[in-house]
Ligand binder design. Structure first.
Ligand code: SAM
Length: 195
């Protein structure tokens, strides 16, 4: 089954949410970037049926797991897109259309020479701002203190965002569950798009 995997008709044009969600497109849209096996996405989609959820993930195996779970639960408010996170935000997401981004445990690329592969940089955060609705939010969690400090610095440098107290959701991500059993320290932040 690939019932919930959405393949855009044109990878070089911005998505039309009516094509993705049909008549449901008027409900708020939240995006989970690097959704993995979909534990968080599917948990939230179950408990908030009046919100649309899009999982973005580059690994097909993980996307398929999330697809199967969504099918089993018959979740009409879930779609999955197989693409790079940054490409999705910079090139596919329409402006001023997204209510929230969830970015949990993005790969930290700990080696200095790999830092350029990290998801968060000025350009990416500017694209988050462009595609969020006014008042839209970005929620972040990571176990990597160093990367967390860098992320906070990047958001502080973007006048479109203000830091709000970290918002905790009912569902846990798959990695969060794993880290909690290891007693790892998890850092969290939420930011709101102002005007
Ligand atoms: C550490 S896991 C966290 C998964 C999930 N957010 C969680 O908390 O359980 C990072 C996930 O992001 C995906 N990922 C990493 N870099 C990506 C990228 N540039 N574009 C899309 N997915 C990416 C990985 O395949 C992996 O599933």
């Amino acid at each position: 089954v690939t019932r919930f995997i959405y393949t855009p008709p044109n990878w070089f044009a911005r998505l039309d949410w009516r094509n993705v969600f049909g008549p449901r497109a008027n409900f708020p849209i939240e995006i989970d970037l690097g959704s993995g096996d979909g534990g968080f996405l599917i948990g939230e989609a179950q408990s908030r049926p009046d919100t649309n959820f899009v999982g973005v993930e580059r690994l097909l195996g993980r996307l398929r797991k999330a697809d199967k779970k969504s099918a089993r639960l018959g979740l009409e408010n879930v779609r999955l897109v197989r693409i790079e996170n940054s490409y999705f935000v910079e090139w596919l997401a329409p402006p001023d259309s997204i209510s929230a981004y969830h970015i949990y445990f993005p790969d930290p690329w700990p080696k200095k020479r790999h830092h350029k592969r990290r998801l968060f940089n000025e350009k990416f955060v500017a694209a988050l701002a462009r595609t969020l609705k006014s008042g839209g939010r970005v929620h972040i969690a990571t176990d990597h203190a160093d990367y967390f400090a860098e992320i906070q610095k990047i958001f502080a440098g973007n006048a479109n965002f203000s830091a709000i107290s970290p918002q905790i959701f009912a569902s846990k991500t798959d990695f969060e569950r794993e880290f909690l059993t290891q007693n790892a320290k998890i850092s969290r932040a939420s930011f709101e798009k102002i005007a």
